[in-house]
Design a protein. Structure first.
Length: 160
């Protein structure tokens, strides 16, 4: 008979398929399409269910470290394809949403919302940024904040 810590560990482990089975079929299908796109874009990706966050998270491996860079967050009527450092993504196709300090996401509500080439660009860039040293990410975030502040105060126009 497994001890309590072994039962707790197995309870906290969930496959993406099992996790997604709790959602309506259309959401499962969208999530599976996004999972495949992430795995095709980043072949050495580590995929893990985070039950506490109710999402499937993605980590990239470089040398001996794993770095979290994105997630698939299924909801009852849509799926979010999210990026940990999304605020730093170039977003040339204006797909990203969110107004937090760091995370950005794409909302997918139906199969036609999935844009493989554009999403793959975001996934690759998100993984690249996540692998940057913390000091560089911090500097980029501070620069981004200064630009947004200047835009808010009317000192520069958006896109400058």
């Amino acid at each position: 008979m497994p001890n309590q810590s072994a039962r707790k560990a197995s309870k906290n482990q969930s496959t993406p398929e099992h996790f997604l089975s709790e959602f309506p079929q259309p959401i499962q299908h969208l999530s599976q399409q996004l999972r495949l796109l992430v795995k095709q874009t980043i072949p050495n990706v580590i995929e893990r269910v985070y039950l506490g966050w109710r999402l499937i998270g993605y980590r990239i491996i470089e040398k001996r470290r794993e770095v979290y860079f994105g997630f698939i967050f299924p909801k009852p009527e849509q799926v979010l394809l999210g990026f940990e450092y999304g605020i730093l993504l170039s977003n040339p196709h204006h797909l990203l949403e969110g107004d937090g300090k760091q995370v950005r996401y794409v909302i997918v509500g139906r199969p036609g919302d999935i844009r493989p080439a554009e999403f793959a660009e975001l996934i690759r860039e998100a993984a690249r940024i996540a692998l940057m040293p913390k000091e560089i990410k911090t500097r980029l975030l501070l620069e981004r904040d200064a630009i947004l502040d200047a835009q808010t105060r009317g000192l520069i126009r958006e896109g400058s």
